[in-house]
Ligand binder design. Structure first.
Ligand code: BES
Ligand code: MN
Ligand code: ZN
Length: 498
């Protein structure tokens, strides 16, 4: 069952309640406020830790029920890993710490907890709060509650910090991005019978409540713009295509926006080049790029980011039918480039070709960043620990890699070049939409590059990281909502005035 979480901060002077949580580094004893609380128990730390085999390793738990001298139900001493500065903890490590804590509180059926964090900076406190909330998220709305489920309906966590006002400000800003991640997860986790193109567009339109200007283009508008690549993908489905444009304009007036573009294939059957049955259900998540862009725009608006940003998502469904595009078909994209469709399962690049043209033509952005569950090949290359990064600009690439390291949503740069571009030449048209298996993620990126002009551009192939990666400290559901935290951080660190 989804448990509602309330998070608040309190000064160190407030007495803890419920489960009190202390962090202790490897080989160390409690210090600061933690030492004061431990002292109240009258227990000998070295003796208790020794008997329990607690050494302070990251994730280790020393659990003392009804500790003497304290009016709390349990005392959790959690391992904090190697002491800083030997291993300076990144914000991502603090987020993982929060996730791990949420799991341990869940296992203890906790209703209230007090976490002692006097040594942490406001940013570290906010990162821990983010991890708590991320791990708490469940996608279980379609599961009937079982008899005997003892999960309490609410969990109230108090973070005891040295400077509550500073922590509150950092938490509010970080949780805006968390909520964006949770929106992205929800969109990806929803099955395609519930979330079609129109339903997705309706969810995006709800961002107007936060001050985002949302415009939705339907089939007649897309036809008038000449977006025949995107339309070719949609033509086999009864679900109509949508292009949703979300603008958040809170930066210096007149400065060009940064544009985020997302692949939004609400279900990818492969079309006439149909996919094998095994695992096809995962293709309900082939809109992970569009979900991340939508979550990001929500985050930027919720925290009133001082930036001009635009999100553009191409929403289609790729189905086989009597009206579907066929292998061999040739279409003209909005840019004028003709495309021979040799594989109808290489549909994401067709959607992005027209969406990328749209943002450059209509918005004149300072930079373009697209996100797409584009190729299985990127998962073969990088697994699920890094998303693939392709860029025509070294500075933009380095900025994104840095944001990845800070958030834990890591990127690994892949090559582009004329030798790969040659592979997508077509016998009949300007280019073809697939060059087969060799370098599959690169030739897909190379295809996109044909639709990008002089603007700094980065393409994130998130197919390996977005759909059911191995369990992590911060996600207990299938979809991680990859990209929202990363790009929120990029906007904050690179685009917003300090
Ligand atoms: N949506 C898929 C890519 C994908 C695969 C995403 C696995 C997530 C998990 C994409 O549209 C696709 O089918 N790509 C093909 C390209 C090929 C036909 C050139 C692929 O990866 O096999
Ligand atoms: Mn496909
Ligand atoms: Zn696809």
């Amino acid at each position: 069952m989804t448990q509602s979480l309330t998070l608040r901060t309190a000064p160190l002077s407030v007495s803890p309640a419920g489960i009190v949580v202390l962090y202790v580094a490897e080989g160390a004893a409690p210090s600061g406020q933690a030492a004061a609380l431990w002292g109240a128990t009258g227990l000998d730390f070295a003796r208790v830790a020794g008997a329990a085999g607690f050494g302070g390793k990251q994730g280790q738990l020393l659990d003392i029920a009804a500790p003497p001298g304290l009016d709390v139900t349990r005392l959790f001493v959690l391992g904090a890993g190697k002491a800083e500065p030997e291993r300076p903890a990144s914000p991502a490590a603090w987020t993982d710490r929060g996730g791990s804590l949420a799991a341990k509180l869940g296992a203890a059926n906790a209703e209230a907890a007090s976490v002692v964090l006097d040594g942490a900076t406001p940013e570290q406190v906010a990162a821990l709060a983010a991890g708590l909330k991320l791990r708490q998220y469940r996608f279980d709305k379609y599961k009937t509650r079982k008899n005997g489920d003892r999960t309490p309906e609410t969990l109230a966590v108090t973070l005891h910090v040295a400077d509550p006002a500073a922590a509150d400000a950092a938490i509010a800003s970080r949780l805006a991005a968390v909520d964006g991640t949770l929106l992205a997860r929800e969109l990806v986790n929803e099955p395609a019978n519930v979330l079609g193109t129109e339903e997705f567009a309706a969810r995006a339109a709800e961002l107007s409540a936060l001050g985002v200007a949302v415009e939705t283009l339907g089939e007649p508008e897309l036809r008038a713009l000449g977006m025949h690549a995107l339309l070719a993908v949609a033509q086999g489905s009864v679900r109509p295509p949508r292009l949703v444009v979300m603008r958040w304009s809170n930066g210096a007036p007149g400065t060009p926006p940064v544009a985020f573009v997302g692949k939004g294939v609400v279900f990818d059957s492969g079309g006439i080049s149909i996919k094998p049955a095994a695992g096809m259900e995962d293709m309900k998540g082939d809109m992970g790029g569009a979900a991340a862009v939508t979550g990001l725009l929500q985050a930027l608006a919720a925290r009133k980011a001082k930036v001009n940003a635009v999100g553009v998502i191409g929403l289609v469904e790729n189905m086989p039918s009597g009206t579907a595009m066929r292998p061999g078909d040739i279409v003209r994209a909005a840019s004028g480039t003709t495309i021979e469709i040799v594989n109808t399962d290489a549909e994401g690049r067709l959607v992005l070709a027209d969406a990328l043209w749209y943002v450059q033509e209509k918005l004149k952005p300072r930079a373009v960043i697209d996100l797409a569950t584009l190729t299985g090949a990127i998962g073969v290359a990088l697994g699920s620990d890094h998303a693939g990064l392709f860029a025509n600009n070294d500075e933009l690439a380095a900025q994104l890699v840095g944001a990845g390291l800070a958030t834990g949503e890591k990127l690994w740069r892949m090559p582009l070049g004329p030798a790969y571009d040659k592979l997508i030449e077509s016998r009949f048209a300007d280019i073809k939409n697939s060059a087969g298996r060799p370098a599959g993620a690169i030739t897909a990126a190379q295809f996109l590059a044909r639709f990008v002009g002089d603007v700094p551009w980065a393409h994130l192939d998130i197919a390996g990281v977005s759909l059911g990666p191995p369990a992590s400290e911060t996600n207990a559901s299938w979809a991680p909502g990859f990209g929202v935290a990363l790009l929120d951080r990029y906007v904050r660190d690179v685009l917003e005035p300090k």
